[in-house]
Design a protein around this ligand. Sequence first.
Ligand SMILES: Nc1nc2c(c(=O)[nH]1)N[C@H]1C(S)=C(S)[C@@H](COP(=O)(O)OP(=O)(O)OC[C@H]3O[C@@H](n4cnc5c(=O)[nH]c(N)nc54)[C@H](O)[C@@H]3O)O[C@H]1N2
Ligand SMILES: Nc1nc2c(c(=O)[nH]1)N[C@H]1C(S)=C(S)[C@@H](COP(=O)(O)OP(=O)(O)OC[C@H]3O[C@@H](n4cnc5c(=O)[nH]c(N)nc54)[C@H](O)[C@@H]3O)O[C@H]1N2
Ligand code: SF4
Ligand SMILES: [Mo]
Length: 669
Amino acid sequence: MKSNHTPSICHVCKENCGILIQDHGGDIHITGNPRHPISRGFVCLRGKNYGEIYASPHRLRQPLLKKRSSWTEISYEDALSILAYRLDRCRQNHGPQSVVFYKGESLKHQEISQYMSHLAHGFGTPNYITVGSLCHFAMTLGFRLTCGGMPAPDYARIKTAIIWGANPAVALARSAGALKKSLKAGTKLIVIDPSTTNTAKLADYHLSITPGSDGFLALAFIKFAIENRHIASSQALSNGWDDLKKLVSGIPLTDLLKPTGIEENRFWEAASLIFDNLPGWIQTGSGLELQPNGVQTVRAIASLLTILDPEAVTAPMASLLAPLPGMDRYPVMADPIGKIERPLFTANLGQGQGMYLPRAILDDVPYPVRAMLVVGGNPLLTFPNTQTYRRAFEKLDFMAVFDLFMTPTAQMADLVFPAASFLENLELIDYGRMGQPHLGLIRPVASSGMGWPTWKFLFRLAGALGLGNLLPWEDNRDALMHRLSVSGITLDDLLNSPSATVEYQPEKTRKGAWNTPDGKVHYYSRSVEATGNPALPTPDSFRLPYGPDDEFPFWLSTGDRVPCYQHSQFRQSPTCKATMPEPLLDIHTDAASRLGIGDGDRVRLSTRDGSIELCVRLTPEVRPDCLRMTHGWVEANVNEITGLQHLDPLSGFPWMRALPARVDRKTDR
Ligand SMILES: Nc1nc2c(c(=O)[nH]1)N[C@H]1C(S)=C(S)[C@@H](COP(=O)(O)OP(=O)(O)OC[C@H]3O[C@@H](n4cnc5c(=O)[nH]c(N)nc54)[C@H](O)[C@@H]3O)O[C@H]1N2
Ligand SMILES: Nc1nc2c(c(=O)[nH]1)N[C@H]1C(S)=C(S)[C@@H](COP(=O)(O)OP(=O)(O)OC[C@H]3O[C@@H](n4cnc5c(=O)[nH]c(N)nc54)[C@H](O)[C@@H]3O)O[C@H]1N2
Ligand code: SF4
Ligand SMILES: [Mo]
């Protein structure tokens, strides 16, 4: 049987490209949808091969209950009752805050995720925790505290793009297309990254910075702007411009450049290129926020942004959706975990900080956590210091995982509940978050009969917990019709659209006013000061807990993205797996030859937190003093060697980039 090309939206990453789907009797073909207003036909390797995930023989087919360390198949209804009973029992025995609702990256950017925080808060736990504990939110926080938010690129206006600690050519492949188009039209590109990434290869100027020193470089650019171009930020529109000015004028340029390893003449060339081509825009990435000084580094960069483009728009588009019922009637809740240590994080995100989970589970600090529901995430591989999380998950009274596969996290659970793939889901996608006023619809286009869609799982769980009034719908269609009622867009508009999207009228944004509470830029942040941290992004606030030494002489970057995988996902796709069948440690040819290491040799990679073994790949792309590997591997899980000790003082984000490490040759292959 052959079906038509049905338009839908790819759910694998936050690009949410428009796709066309053909179902040849269960054999799914996915192509890009040329009519999609943003992706215009683009589809990447993972999106194209998602049919292999959908049809994978390894998918979970039936709920599984662990009994004396072996699995028993049970019915969906029994699984739901057991789940609700165990969460409720934990609430009765230890209080609602002892139950954690955790949501991973695979469901992070979607409107449907609101259902889960709603359910958690309606249940009475403040511990709705997401992958936002180590993804994106440290950047958001740095920009929000400084200038109200991160601007989307306005290519019609900007003349320079600075890509800093990010690699969109791989990690945001669709957006990189828009960037490339604007480069052709004359936009200048500066890339600040230790590695010669695919994005760096597109740059007019690549600054191969020493890892962990980005804040110093940002201050150097600010100093250049003030002293050589006489650029000023309006005192009336800012808090602390004079303080920032005083800070940078008190430090010689050579002192700011020294930690960066960037020679003065190269700095001058790059700075001239930028300041000759204003306005400029800056995109930051994981390379910054996964440093143990991430937020202050981002604050320095956000301060620079306000100078490069005083007209940048940092306000997000307003939500088009009706609120969920009962949002104003949550029970009184305890403080989420992490609030005492990282109050700006928990208050701004409205979530607990997952890096403090092991302490709550293992040491009952600030109170015991005893049960956890994990939805769409694989924290055992993707959180730092796996051994600590393994001990913590083992100690839980109850853990349930809702996923497509028996992941390493699911293996630790008491109950595993199969999830449907996104080809079987129904949900809204709002592109407003990327500055594009379009609403899109993911619709069920296939039926494997395996697992429940997210909405069904959450709606039924709400019912089983006696909280059906929070998500009072039989079907997500009814919920969407209710939520869309305030938008002027109907579900039929979306279902009938050949691009699976509808354009909406965005709220007018005010130009030239920053989206902070008082409309001003906060170079000097009283909120930061109130936490006992420096109010300005000072050199002291960028210092790493420790740098490379004789024992750990390299800088290691962990988790650099590769096109074939989405974190720990896509190892079940034969096509994706074939492009990178095993974990590899990237090392520069010169460094390898100095250590007597050849291409493909097996090595031991160590940090102060432990060692793993894997093979090396020689490449000129990393600096001779750097190492690089991607995460998400069972075979060599790099998070066995990342730590939990040195968390960013403002966000609590873990240290996963700019990490001192060593490499030793093992035996020949
Ligand atoms: N294919 C694919 N795409 C993805 C994902 C995926 O798993 N696979 N994941 C998605 C998600 S959730 C995220 S958060 C994004 C992340 O998106 P990005 O942040 O754009 O991706 P990374 O590969 O982490 O790139 C970070 C860059 O930081 C650099 N870096 C490392 N240390 C430092 C440093 O000290 N200073 C500077 N300046 N740079 C440094 C690295 O060399 C790397 O090039 O990717 C998204 N896109
Ligand atoms: N060392 C190191 N560690 C890192 C990073 C790093 O750079 N370095 N990056 C961090 C970042 S930025 C991120 S975002 C995290 C990502 O960490 P995670 O959120 O753990 O991401 P994934 O490994 O992609 O796990 C997603 C899970 O969701 C499942 N899934 C997919 N689709 C669906 C669905 O529709 N429904 C349900 N119920 N499940 C689904 C997948 O099978 C998979 O098991 O990793 C972080 N960890
Ligand atoms: S970039 Fe790839 S994975 Fe991400 S939404 Fe587009 S097709 Fe899907
Ligand atoms: Mo992420």
